[in-house]
Design a protein around this ligand. Sequence first.
Ligand code: PLP
Length: 237
Amino acid sequence: MTAISETDQTSRLDDVRARIAAAARAAGRDPAAVRLLAVSKTFGAPELAALAARGQRDFGENYLQEALPKIDALAADHPGLCWHFIGPLQSNKTRDIAARFDWVHSVDRLSVAQRLSRQREGRAPLQLCLQVNVSGETSKSGVDAAQLPALALAVAALPNLRLRGLMCIPAPQGDPAAQRAPFARLRVLLQQLRDLGLDVDTLSMGMSADLEAAVAEGATIVRVGSALFGARRYADG
Ligand SMILES: *Cc1c(COP(=O)(O)O)cnc(C)c1O
């Protein structure tokens, strides 16, 4: 497997940074208020290192087995990276996730939050977002909006975790106005949590195809994969 050329990677990173900055300015927002999370599923440590060398700090991983070798490989040359777990959470994976990640974006039930809380004992709090099902997505992940306040209050009360906000993966939409609707719903849900007294500040929303719509609706973290790395390299078959 040939690595992506470093020149391609740098120009893609510049393009994505420019898209975020333009979207923020168009919305009257400070571009620095939007954090870029590089989502590298199917890509390896060399591609991540090229981005880290250009100042990219936040990396998102969907699968624990794929993530651990990358985290190990980058540790020596690139200290201080921030690792975000954004994939489906299985109970038997929470121990390693609590040990190796700084953030988890995909918590959608209390039992998983309780495990992460116990397994994070003795360390700096794990930063946490609750994944919300904002558009009846087919993925079935994500808590329903109606159940969100109770879950958020319960999670916020757990030790060793810090509830930061909400995450969503809406069904893909071509048209920008349609893209904005689920992101607007997530923004309103975050405000509802603030109204309940929760100190939450994070909207993890927007990917390669819809980051402009997400930034327009207040995204503070955009999770970008293919626009940074190119098409994913799934094994044939
Ligand atoms: C793959 C993935 C992304 C990035 O998707 P792109 O369309 O490649 O930018 C973002 N968030 C999650 C949860 C993902 O699984």
